[in-house]
Structures are given as structure tokens and as C-alpha cells.
Design a binder for this molecule. Structure first.
Ligand code: PLP
Length: 645
């Protein structure tokens, strides 16, 4: 009979490092459940209450849960940080941040951010025509900015100028020199003066996974020679006063504050020099890049950052002030385009485990097969029974040799399946014991580390990495992952997570760690029939929108949650957004669902005619097929859950 050893919440917090990556938004409550503190105060939401609510509403997993109060808290925190640094430093102009829609375009998310940012005139950044069209419609505060980045065509420029006609402060950021001439032509035709920004190509270059947005070889931006030419063009067109903003972006998730400082200093100098070339500039836009400490290590590792929000903000404010003061140029209004740092924390992806492949779990010891004694078995059993800490590596090598000999015998037809299985079972038992014997060793040999990974379980999870965690697959980005319940029970398995796509890359096999990257995640034993939920945290930036339809797994179900102290659970569900149905994803790939049903009907009719199906049965099967087109694209294990007590 299996026993679970006691484990306290403090141990769970340390094991999953939650205090370091949560930014005070997540914790573990006395029930051993992950809970959310959307405002980082006493108000809390138990994630398992949210799971229960989803189940009551027959909302299947995977499920994205958005905490709107948390989103608001992020907007407020960033704006307040700038306001504080500005007043403390004697900086003479305000901050007017913008949210880059590309980081999460969901209407509810954008609207919540705009609403929360109202007191600070928080605006929007658009990088494409669709984003601009959405931004223009949702934007209503003439004091907040609409910044247009990205390459532009005539229609993009016309729409931006339409925004100007409506009284909005829409700034067209020039990404390449030819774009300036184009903007001037369109604005002449529309008879409206444009507000222009120039994206400067800085020498300062970031580090990390998204560093190529900056530096001399960046895809966007004007060189120093281009800037001079742009200034001349504007003067020649008598529109020098239309140049309003200097912009740069060194890349997303900048791990090292040194990169930010260098870039801001360089850009501030460009700002000052351009101001002195006869332009009534007013804004310096420091782009995105403010990081999220996904692994909690507070280092310059890709998944981390070695600075705090306050340090980031102070460095920008003080550096710009210092450079502008030294050049005797008025302080510009500061603009930043932080996306990740605003939305990453607000959503949690919850997935359900539906099976576990365990290598080293069989405890029974094989003895004999129908053919008699199993060759080599007594040798390998002797190794297992006499394992000692002193001889652990030697024991390992001996066991490996026996396993190889068994494989050779099998290849020659001298070993049957049961015998091979017996030897392998004992081998994996030895491997697991050896890993344990090295558990607290100061130096763990590489071969033992490899075995530790090899004996790790694979937990089968009902989701698609390609739909829900694309950056993990494409760029190896790490996210904090942990079970959201049973955290008062010691997790005694180590596992990687595999998704349900038919793709061997559809897995999560790298996990956050303070020192390094972990190859497996500590998890609780999976019991058939009992749901086991795993949460992927800090996944609200980019992942929602970049997911693809690999294997036709579509968008996942969503629940939007607000705090509400009048409710027993401390929250209410404001909105449920159903994920894609099978019919919807098929339509996206040119399948006409009516036509599919018609083709199936023709086939069932033929089957009735040839007596392979009875008419009633055929109609029932056809009905099931048609109903399936309306189902969620992910698997459904509800019929396999034990009834809850
Ligand atoms: C021009 C621009 N601004 C802002 C951002 C958002 O960056 P982040 O999410 O790092 O804040 C990006 C994203 O790469 C970008 O390209």
C-alpha cells in the first residue's frame, strides 16, 4: 500500500521556488492549493475553487484563467513607479506609457489595460494595420498616445492620419527612411500634418533570446546618416515641427540592466542632438524590454532579470535627465512600451494530466519464465541486492553491462520477451536506487545525471505546447510550472510533461531552477481516475496569440475572474470564452463542415444499402459524427474520473 509522506507548505514553496518568481501574486494556501493574490494584499483566490467552478460549468481543460484585478495592478504599479521616480528626481515632464497590443491582443485584456491606465493617460502601441484599426476604435483619451510602429503602407498611414483628424495623438514612427517620404506624401493628400517619430538604430545591443531587435544589424531603425537626412527632409518640407518623438527598442526580456542604461543614454543623446537641429521634439520612447523574472533567480540568465521595476524606471528617468540637462534641452515626456511586464502574470494555463509513463516503478521482482530460470537475472538481482554507496558507480556499470548482454541475447533470439522485461525492470530499479544514493552528493557524475533524466516519468497532459506555449517550443523559453494542488503531500516522482500532439517536440522537458535548468519537475504520483492539475504561470504575454493549430488543437477555453469579497470563494466569473470547436478549426483549414457531414451521410447510406449498417444504427453514428464537430478540440476524460466524494 502506497503511503504519502508528510510535507509542509514551506517545503512546497521552496521546492517550486514560488516566492521568488511569483512577484507576490501567487502563493500556496493551507489546503495545499496554489492561490492568487491579484492585488498583492490579503484578498485571495484559490485556484482549485476556479477549477471546481469550471467543472460546474462543464468547461473542459486545458483552461486559461485571467485575473483582471492582477492586470490592473500591473498597469498601476508601472505607472506609479514612473510617477514616483519623476517626482523624486525633479524630472520636469510626465510619463505617458503605451501598451503594445501585439503582446496580447485579446479585446478584454486591451480594454482592461486602457481602463486601468486612465488616471495616467496610458495609451496603445500598434505594430500592424489590424492592431491600429483596433487601437483607434478602443482609444478615447486625447491626452494618451497611439504609437504606430512597424512597416507601413498607404492605408496604414491614412488610418493613422484619420486618428489625427479625430483629435488623437497618433504618432507615426518611421522605421526606414523611405517611409518618411511616404508619410509626407499621404499627409499632404489628406491635408493633415502628421506627428512623426524616428526609430533610431542604436549601437547598444541587448543580450538574451530577443536581442536581435537592437544593434546595428537590427531589422528596424534609422542609422545616424538616415537621421540627418530625415531632419533635412522635414526642414525642406517645412514640417520640422512635426518631428515629435525619438524611439528605440533593444529587444524583449532584456535580462541585464546594463543594456537598458547604455541604450537609454545613447538614445537620450540622439534626442538632445535632434532637438538642437530645430525640431520641437517632446517625447522619448524607450520601447519594450522590461523583463519578467520567470525563474526567480534575479540573474542575467535569459529567463530572468538582474533588476527590479523601480531600478529600471529610476535608471531611465535619471539617465534622460542627466543627458538632457548636460545638453540644456528640456526633459522629454517619457514613453515606454512594456508589454510582457504588464500581461505575463495575469493569466494561468491549467492543464489536466491523464496518464503517466513510469520507468522505474515496478516493484515486483521477476523470477522465472515458462522456459525456466532467466539467464542473467540472478546476476543483476545480486547487484541490486548488494548496492552500496561505496561501490555505486561500479554497480551501475556492472548492471549496464548485463543489460547490454541481455539485449545481445534478445537480438540473437536467445531471450524471450518476459525474460527481457524482467532484466530491464531490475535494471531500472538499480538505476533509480543509484540516483538516490547520489542525491546529496557534492559532485554528481554526468552519467548519473543522464540516468536521472532517463528514469524520469512522462506525464501525459491534455494540451498542445504549440497552441499554448509556443515560445517554449520555439525559443526554449522557461515558464514556472507546478501542480496547483496536493502541495501538502510530498511529490515523489520526477517527470517531464508531454502534450497530446503527435509530435515528439510537443513536450516540456526544461524547467526553471535557481542555479541551472532542470530536466524534470517534481510531481505527485498520478492516480487513475483522479484529476491532477498542473499550472503554467506567467504565460500571459505573447503565448495567447502566437499559438498555432498543430494537429488542429485550437484555442483553449478561458475564464475571466474578478475579486469579489461578497462571494464565498472571494471571486466571480465575469466571462467565459469558449475555445475552438472541431468544426471551427476545420473551417480555418478550408474544410466545409456541411460538406463533411454530407460526405459522411453518403457513406452511411452506402453502408445501409450494402447491409453493413442497420438504418437506426447508421443514423445514430451520423448524429454522433455531426455532434463531434461541435466539441472542444482537446481530449475529454470526464467519463473516466471517479465520482467525487
Ligand atoms: C517596438 C516594440 N515595442 C514594444 C515591444 C514589447 O516588448 P516587451 O514585451 O519586452 O515589453 C516590442 C516587442 O518586442 C516591440 O517590438
Amino acid at each position: 500500500m502506497e503511503t504519502t509522506t508528510s510535507f509542509d507548505i514551506a517545503e512546497a514553496r521552496e521546492l517550486y521556488n514560488i516566492d521568488r518568481w511569483s512577484g507576490d501574486y501567487f502563493g500556496i494556501n493551507d489546503a495545499g492549493h496554489v492561490c492568487v493574490y491579484p492585488k498583492r494584499n490579503g484578498e485571495t483566490i484559490d485556484l482549485m475553487d476556479v477549477v471546481a467552478e469550471a467543472r460546474n460549468r462543464k468547461l473542459a481543460f486545458p483552461l486559461v484563467v485571467r485575473f483582471h484585478d492582477l492586470l490592473r495592478d500591473r498597469v498601476e504599479t508601472i505607472n506609479k513607479a514612473f510617477s514616483t521616480a519623476i517626482s523624486e528626481s525633479g524630472y520636469n515632464s510626465p510619463y505617458r506609457g503605451v501598451f503594445p497590443i501585439k503582446v496580447n491582443q485579446l479585446r478584454e485584456v486591451v480594454e482592461e489595460i486602457i481602463d486601468a491606465g486612465k488616471p495616467w493617460h496610458f495609451g496603445i502601441e500598434a505594430g500592424s494595420k489590424p492592431e491600429l484599426l483596433a487601437a483607434l476604435a478602443v482609444h478615447s483619451d486625447p491626452e494618451s498616445l497611439v504609437i504606430c510602429n512597424g512597416y507601413k503602407d498607404t492605408s496604414f498611414i491614412q488610418n493613422a492620419l484619420l486618428g489625427r483628424k479625430l483629435g488623437k495623438t497618433v504618432i507615426l514612427v518611421v522605421e526606414k527612411l523611405e517611409e518618411l517620404a511616404h508619410i509626407l506624401r499621404v499627409s499632404q493628400t489628406m491635408k493633415i500634418e502628421p506627428l512623426i517619430g524616428l526609430r533610431v538604430r542604436l549601437l547598444s545591443k541587448g543580450a538574451g533570446k530577443w536581442a536581435t531587435s537592437g544593434g546595428e544589424n537590427a531589422k528596424f531603425g534609422l542609422s545616424t546618416a538616415d537621421l540627418v537626412e530625415a531632419s533635412d527632409m522635414l526642414h525642406a518640407a517645412r514640417l520640422a515641427h512635426c518631428l515629435k518623438l525619438v524611439h528605440f527598442h533593444v529587444g524583449s526580456q532584456v535580462p541585464d540592466i546594463g543594456t537598458i542604461k547604455r541604450a537609454v543614454r545613447e538614445a537620450a543623446r540622439f534626442y538632445a542632438k535632434l532637438s538642437k537641429m530645430g525640431h520641437e521634439l517632446g517625447y522619448l520612447d524607450v520601447g519594450g524590454g522590461l523583463g519578467v523574472d520567470y525563474d526567480g533567480s534575479r540573474t542575467t540568465f535569459d529567463s530572468s532579470m538582474n533588476y527590479s521595476l523601480d531600478e529600471y524606471v529610476r535608471d531611465i528617468v535619471y539617465t534622460v535627465k542627466e543627458v538632457c540637462d548636460s545638453e540644456s534641452v528640456p526633459h522629454p515626456t517619457l514613453v515606454s512600451e512594456s508589454g510582457r511586464a504588464i500581461v505575463a502574470q495575469h493569466s494561468v494555463l491549467i492543464v489536466e494530466t491523464f496518464g503517466a509513463i513510469e520507468k522505474a516503478s515496478r516493484q515486483e521482482t521477476p523470477t522465472a519464465t515458462s522456459g525456466g530460470e532467466i539467464p542473467l537475472l540472478s546476476d543483476i538481482l545480486e547487484i541490486r541486492n548488494n548496492l552500496t554507496p561505496q561501490n555505486r558507480l561500479e554497480n551501475l556499470h556492472d548492471a549496464q553491462e548485463i543489460r547490454e548482454r541481455a539485449q545481445s541475447m534478445f537480438d540473437l533470439g536467445l531471450l524471450d520477451l518476459r525474460a527481457k522485461a524482467g532484466i530491464e525492470t531490475v535494471y531500472w530499479q538499480i538505476a533509480a536506487n543509484i540516483v538516490e544514493l547520489f542525491r546529496d552528493a557534492e559532485h554528481i557524475p554526468e552519467e548519473v545525471r543522464e540516468i536521472e533524466i532517463a528514469i524520469g516519468d512522462q506525464y501525459l497532459c491534455n494540451f498542445s505546447v504549440f497552441q499554448s506555449l509556443l515560445d517554449h517550443w520555439a525559443l526554449g523559453q522557461l515558464f514556472p510550472v507546478m501542480p496547483i494542488h496536493r502541495l501538502n503531500e510530498r511529490p515523489d516522482r520526477n517527470a517531464t510533461l508531454v502534450d497530446i500532439t503527435c509530435d515528439s517536440d510537443g513536450k516540456v522537458a526544461k524547467f526553471i531552477d535557481l542555479q541551472d535548468v532542470k530536466e524534470t519537475l517534481p510531481l505527485h504520483r498520478w492516480h487513475p481516475g483522479e484529476p491532477y492539475y498542473i499550472g503554467f504561470f506567467l504565460a500571459g504575454a505573447y503565448q495567447d496569440i502566437m499559438g498555432d493549430l498543430h494537429n488542429l488543437f485550437g484555442r483553449v477555453n478561458e475564464m475571466h475572474i474578478y475579486l469579489d469579497e461578497d462571494e464565498d470563494t472571494g471571486h466571480y466569473v465575469e466571462e467565459v470564452l469558449p475555445g475552438s470547436t472541431i468544426g471551427q478549426v476545420l473551417s480555418l483549414t478550408q474544410w466545409d463542415v456541411n460538406e463533411l457531414a454530407r460526405q459522411m451521410k453518403a457513406q452511411t447510406d452506402a453502408a445501409i444499402k450494402s447491409d453493413r449498417l442497420k438504418p437506426n444504427e447508421a443514423m445514430r453514428l451520423l448524429d454522433d459524427y455531426e455532434k463531434s464537430l461541435t466539441l472542444y478540440t482537446y481530449l475529454n476524460f470526464d467519463d473516466q474520473h471517479k465520482p467525487s466524494k
